[in-house]
Write a protein that binds this ligand. Structure first.
Ligand SMILES: Cc1ncc(C[n+]2csc(CCOP(=O)(O)OP(=O)(O)O)c2C)c(N)n1
Ligand SMILES: CC(=O)[C@@H](O)[C@H](O)COP(=O)(O)O
Ligand SMILES: [Mg+2]
Length: 622
């Protein structure tokens, strides 16, 4: 097997052209086989096999810096840098990450997970190189989806002041997770159909040479032009006008051609964009046909392409999808917004039913929030559905555009809490802390699927900024009969006893039910409150429970710092309420990838760990 000849970075350079072709096939087989078992970002990776090989042939690692945008397409890069074995434990606890990590390899120049950072980071690297008088190449690889993110444009704008070489490889597969949308995508579509870089180059030179008298002189001038790259009428004029040399389009599955163009690009002084055309999912028919389904794939059967594990229960995302469809029907002012996560956030059905009230704004969370603020100011009821970790990008927009003006924008925060295999970049464990610092914001979290549905309806009838956080995966269907109406800033008492009072927020109610049962078995008496609101807090409930219990325990799937528990603590202190308080939350650290049940144990918020901590605390009181 040619693949076995690849043991470390740059081994690929020892292969002959026939072996390179075989290697591309073997890498694809390897990826399909491994990801069918572990799950992972299959379609994006199948699309960049040749592109990655060409980069590794044209550049020298780890001296040269390749910076992957998002990083979900870095699997071939991992294989070519000696990490083939790591695929056994891909995205598993203690195993190899699905994203580039500086601590994993010196060939991973920059850690990622979130989109549209690669040009900024690459530009930083390039300036650092020049200031420190080093001589390496910097290559940022960005997808057409990631290029829709504001940061990418900010970086392109800034890159034009660079005088030395900096290569931006645009991996254009005409897809984000779903179909890529917007003006940029239209622009790239036009470039896609332009003549290829090489044909154009040859064509231009031949035509020039035929011009009488001046032809040869002109060819010579072009040859001498900036950096020796011969370009005249370039389809990527938008980049050229900005001061970024554009080379393309290039066939992103032709290794030889790409290596030639990358070498050409290395000679350019200043920023240069190489536009490569690739096919998402290439080489595996189900992924070619359904690139969105195989973007982030669960384990699947290779023959059929169908998921290996059957989904038993509805996810919170499914409930959201149903409620949004109903609300869209009931209220024609309801509009839905996603930042390129139509499928992931469950808005596909809303899109199909109300296309004129659905907006995919591209990978642009900051814009999504301010756009929603504008819609609200204009009389609509916008619902922005967004993953917790991506919402981190829009802090200022929530504060400046939504909350100062007290606008009725609803933020549906999916993937709030630990998400599992995507790891530290994607864990949604900061939103309680960053949202509760903002005046005028209201933050809720449901205990189960019915309450979630009630909360979405409550949010639509509300007036003002309001967010609902809910976790990835299965919606809890316990406590079905407990369905008291939602009242602003009011909690729900589920069990009223004495001694210990568990006050749980959102997803932690499910854990708290288990904790309470375990404590009861050990002879403790336990109240259980479903907090429902982290902001505003239920002050009346806190005052009462503080007086009636010896120990209050807050539970949340968020970092402790600035979280629900710390706010409860502040209130108890402010009111000099004399009761012992234990905050169950995630400590001040990033949580790596792995199965969420393992992660709960790791961070100490699983039922067994919580029971141990409560008993230790309570015993200490006696
Ligand atoms: C800030 C942020 N928002 C959303 C995402 C989710 N996301 C991951 S990959 C992706 C699409 C990227 O498209 P593209 O860059 O074209 O890469 P492709 O998968 O097509 O190779 C999105 C929306 C993210 N990682 N970061
Ligand atoms: C790379 C990325 O950001 C997304 O593809 C993400 O992995 C999707 O996560 P879910 O599987 O939770 O939708
Ligand atoms: Mg793409």
């Amino acid at each position: 097997m040619v693949l076995e000849k690849i043991e470390q970075a740059n081994d690929i350079k020892k292969l002959n052209p026939q072996e390179l072709e075989i290697l591309a096939g073997e890498i694809r087989e390897f990826l399909i086989e491994k990801i069918s078992k572990t799950g992972g970002h299959l379609a994006s990776n199948l699309g960049v096999v040749e592109l990655t090989m060409a980069l590794h042939l044209a550049f020298q690692l780890p001296e040269d810096k390749i910076i992957w945008d998002v990083g979900h397409q870095s699997y071939t890069h991992k294989i070519l840098t000696g990490r083939r074995e790591g695929f056994e434990g891909l995205r598993k606890y203690g195993g190899m990450s699905g994203f580039p990590k500086r601590r994993e390899s010196d060939c991973d120049a920059f850690g990622t997970g979130h989109s549209s950072t690669s040009i900024s980071a690459g530009l930083g690297y390039a300036h650092a190189r020049d200031i420190r008088k080093k001589n390496y190449k910097v290559v940022s690889v960005i997808g057409d989806g990631a290029l829709t993110g504001g940061m990418a444009f900010e970086a392109l704008n800034n890159a034009t002041r660079l005088e030395k070489n900096f290569i931006i490889v645009l991996n254009d597969n005409n897809m984000s997770i779903s179909e890529n949308v917007g003006g940029l995508s239209n622009h790239l579509n036009r470039l896609r159909t332009a003549e290829s870089y090489h044909d154009l180059k040859e064509g231009v030179m031949n035509s020039l040479a035929k011009i009488p008298v001046y032809g040869d002189w002109m060819v010579e001038q072009v040859r001498r032009a900036k950096s020796g790259i011969k370009q005249l009428v370039i389809p990527g004029m938008i980049y050229e006008n900005m001061g970024i040399t554009y080379l393309g389009p290039v066939d992103g599955h032709n290794i030889e051609e790409m290596v030639r163009v990358f070498k050409d690009a290395s000679k350019v002084d200043g920023p240069v964009m190489v536009h490569c055309l690739t096919q998402k999912g290439r080489g595996y028919l189900p992924a070619e046909r359904h690139p969105a389904r195989f973007h982030g794939a669960e384990p699947f059967d290779i023959e059929t392409g169908l998921p290996s594990n059957k989904k038993e229960k509805a996810a919170y995302t499914d409930i959201f999808s149903t409620v949004m469809r109903k609300l869209g029907d009931r209220n024609e002012n309801v509009v839905a917004i996603t930042a390129a996560m139509e499928t992931g956030t469950g808005l596909k059905r809303f899109h199909n039913m109300f296309p004129e009230r659905f907006f995919d704004v591209g990978i642009a969370e900051e814009h999504a929030i301010t756009f929603a603020a504008g819609l609200a100011a204009g009389g609509m009821i916008p619902v922005v559905a967004v993953y917790s970790s991506f919402l981190q990008r829009a802090y200022d927009q929530i504060l400046h555009d939504v909350c100062i003006q007290n606008l009725h924008v609803i933020i549906a925060i999916d993937r709030a809490g630990l998400v599992g295999s995507d790891g530290e970049t994607h864990q949604g464990i900061f939103d309680i802390s960053f949202l509760c610092t903002i005046p005028n914001m209201t933050l809720m979290a449901p205990k189960n699927k019915w309450e979630f549905s009630d909360m979405v309806k409550f949010a639509v009838d509300f007036d003002g900024p309001i967010a609902i956080r809910y976790p990835r995966g299965e919606a809890y269907d316990g406590l079905a009969k407990m369905r008291a109406p939602i009242v602003l800033g009011k909690s729900e008492t589920l069990y009223d006893e004495e001694e210990i009072c568990l006050i749980a927020f959102g997803s932690m109610v499910k854990t708290a039910v288990k904790v309470r049962e375990m404590l009861k078995e050990r002879g403790y008496h336990c109240s259980l409150i479903n907090a429902r609101f982290a902001k505003p807090l239920d002050y009346e409930m806190l005052t009462r429970t503080a007086k009636e219990h010896r120990l209050l325990v807050t539970l949340e799937e968020n970092v402790k710092s600035g979280g629900f528990g710390e706010q409860v603590m502040d209130y108890l202190e402010e009111c000099s309420l004399d009761v012992r308080l234990l905050n169950i939350a995630i400590s001040d650290e990033y949580v790596e990838h792995g199965n969420v049940n393992i992660l709960y144990q790791e961070v100490g918020i699983d039922a067994e760990s919580v029971v141990k901590r409560i008993i230790a605390e309570y015993v200490g009181l006696k």
